[in-house]
Design a protein around this ligand. Sequence first.
Ligand SMILES: [Zn+2]
Length: 292
Amino acid sequence: MNAQPAQQIPGIYHRKIGDIIVTAVSDGYLDGTLDVMRNVDLEKAHQILTDAFRPARRTSVNTFLIRSKGRTAIIDTGSGNYLQPTAGFVQRSLAADGIDPKSIDTVLLTHMHPDHSAGLTDMSNGQLLFPNAELVMHENELAHWFDDGAMAKADERSAKLFFQAGREQVAPYKSRTRLFGDGEVFPGVTAIPSHGHTPGHTAYLVASGQDQLMIWGDTVHVPEVQTAFPEAGMSFDTDLAAAATSRKRMFDRVSADGVLVAGMHLHFPAFSRLARRGNAYALYPEAWVHAL
Ligand SMILES: [Zn+2]
């Protein structure tokens, strides 16, 4: 008899965008409650998830590898060993794709939250997990999380989870960190500032030939609820109102143009399109294809 499987093969999924290969690399998922949602009737939010056969908030954590012009970047690094045992699988997933982390020359961060930046560094010993990579992010992001005044105003949990841990994750890359305002930040990858969730939160538009992919970062955390109620945000949005404005602007842009989107918290492998439905939106995951 064949052996019974106990787990999935690692989560990797390739998508060609013109001459660029984008690979969704799963970090796993995080479980939580809806109590962290803001600006939404929680009863309605629960009902939406129940109706979608997702009675609890289970959040995919995705990263995206970009192979472009002979170079390799990864957008975000997952949660390392810092959050839940259901996440932290980026290195395992990369290995399954035959990728040596030493061969990754650039790490682009959407923002410095631990489900995105804790995979940079082994926090138990300070060892770099992408030892040859330049670390690249929006200038506001580093400035905010290293701002002692902002940290002093944060509650104890945020001070530890976001400020202190974030500093530990990026500090080992200090001599090779590059900050940007906007523009092309890697071959074929343009930074689209989308601030609010954090002060430097950034989406990345991947473009080659006629093809485009908007990797929209944390535009949504609970896709079913936030496409139905674009106002809805999270307790850990640095600026709830600005995050909602950025979310609506992003929704308008990608739905008007029919642009392929991916996100760090869309259900893996995340490649989807967004359609406008009155005042709300609907996400349509792209069908799986075998060959590039
Ligand atoms: Zn996140």
